[in-house]
Design a protein around this ligand. Structure first.
Ligand code: AMP
Length: 459
């Protein structure tokens, strides 16, 4: 299938040609015809699959015909969970709409001055890209006229749900005409998303492309077990000194950690900077622009801030801290391996991360191979490190293999100090074996059946 087959307006086809795209991606092949036909669509597609163009090209196609209602208000509204994603969507709109006559794209984002936004909203708007909270402010102040709105796009709806924005999204939808066409894009289409769709979409076409698993095929995933913060720092230093690393995003759990780590890396001579939600928009834009221009080698970021970053030279993503949600793991590592390139995703896991790790592997359906760097071996050895490295499981483990990964971490610890070959591992190491349950409890012997890794720790 070619872009010509999608019957898009010739000016849009010209812009696609300029962008160097030759073939529509699977999500574009499936979604564009349904959207041009006027259907509501709910689609599961990860970032990196071309999902932005999948909704933006049909949106621009709609805008290629004049509006039937006279108003200054937006004809297309795109809601995104983060400012970064909103800016990226706005850029895509400008890129694909550059040959259409007078397409005015406006971004309304939290953290930007109201005066400027009021000015932008006082002019005719075609495409309004917004984060929900700030848009509600403007709606409540009566600054937005939705009379001629034709299309409402909920981008990364799962994320908006996670971040508690769904009520805002529903309030915004209620302010728009019932005749609108509604599109919902989400990493996964689960029950929670179905409920949102049932409220906001009319008999939507359901499109499911590339699972998390297929999307990650071009990314090599590595796992390093780390004993403590200082061990993580030494592992990070090693990874960052890899000659093959062009640019990297390092993810931390908190904004403060992102700042501290970026400062430390900078002090060690790395071109590093932090990106997180406590920075104002100008600081964030400046940092992102340095990253895009190659002036930054290492970006230390939190989940929300780094969402939507699309920079081709990011060869490595490093999970300094594992994400809380498995979905975030996929979003994080999707920052590398963009546009057909390959990428490397390195995760540091400490003993307390066992449950997160299991969830991530279940979600992606993939095992993350554990690696050890000579000289930086962990003191804490995961009990099944040998198995993780590909050795054959014993009969008891085979019986327990039930998860999507083909691997179940709920191995019977009836004899907690015994490894697969029946040798007393804890005794041999002069250490003890223990397991971390999913609430961080530590216990020995028969366990409760909760998922979790088992670790043998030397004293
Ligand atoms: P997205 O999934 O929207 O974040 O897009 C991921 C990347 O794919 C962006 O850099 C787009 O410019 C690029 N892209 C989108 N559609 C195509 C296509 N049909 N062919 C090649 N690249 C594309």
């Amino acid at each position: 299938m070619s872009f010509e087959d999608l019957k898009l307006h010739p000016s849009i086809l010209k812009a696609i040609h300029d962008a160097g795209y030759t073939t529509p991606t699977p999500i574009q092949q499936q979604a564009v015809p349904e959207l041009i036909a006027g259907h509501d669509v709910m689609a599961s597609a990860q970032t990196g699959t071309g999902k932005t163009a999948a909704f933006m090209l049909p949106a621009l196609h709609v805008l290629a015909s004049p509006a039937s209602i006279r108003s200054h208000g937006p004809r297309v509204v795109v809601l995104t969970p983060t400012r970064e994603l909103a800016l990226q969507v706005s850029e895509a709109a400008k890129k694909y709409g550059k040959y259409l006559k007078r397409i005015n794209v406006v971004s309304i984002l939290g953290g930007m001055p109201y005066a400027l936004q009021n000015k932008l909203l006082s002019q005719p708007v075609d495409i309004l890209v917004a984060t929900p909270g700030r848009l509600i402010d403007h709606i409540q102040r009566g600054r937005i006229d939705f009379k001629r709105l034709q299309m409402l796009v909920l981008d990364e709806a799962d994320r908006m749900l996670d971040m508690g924005f769904i009520e805002d999204v529903e309030t915004i939808a209620a302010a728009t005409p019932a005749t609108r066409q509604t599109l919902l894009f989400s990493a996964t289409l689960d029950n929670a998303i179905d409920k949102v769709a049932a409220k906001l979409l009319k008999t939507p076409k359901r499109i499911q492309v590339a699972s998390a698993k297929t999307k990650l095929d071009n990314i090599e995933q590595r796992l390093h077990f780390a004993d403590d913060l200082s061990h993580k720092n030494r592992l990070l230093d090693h990874v960052l000194r890899d000659d093959k690393l062009k640019q990297a995003i390092v993810f931390t759990a908190t904004k403060r950690d992102a700042d501290t780590l970026a400062d430390n890396l900078f002090a060690q001579g790395f071109a590093a900077a932090a990106l997180h939600g406590d920075m104002n928009q100008r600081e964030r834009n400046r940092t992102l622009s340095r990253l895009r221009k190659g002036g930054l080698r290492v970006l230390v970021a939190t989940d929300v801030a780094a969402r939507g970053i699309d920079v081709a030279d990011i060869t490595h993503v490093i999970n300094f801290d594992l994400p809380k949600f498995a979905e975030d793991y996929v979003h994080r590592i999707g920052r590398t391996g963009r546009a057909g390139a390959t990428g490397i995703a390195v995760s540091f896991a400490s003993a307390k991360d066992s449950v997160h790790l299991s969830r991530i592997e279940r979600y992606t359906g993939q095992r993350i191979a554990s690696h050890v760097i000579p000289g930086l071996e962990p003191r804490i050895k995961p009990r099944f490190q040998q198995d993780r490295a590909g050795n054959k499981p014993n009969a008891a483990q085979k019986r327990k293999r039930t998860s999507a990964t083909g691997y179940d971490h709920r191995v019977n610890l009836g004899n907690a100090d015994t490894n697969e070959s029946g040798k007393n591992r804890g005794g041999r190491r002069g250490g003890r074996a223990f397991e971390y349950g999913n609430r961080g409890d530590t216990f020995r012997g028969n366990h409760s059946g909760k998922p979790g890794f088992s670790f043998a720790q030397a004293k």
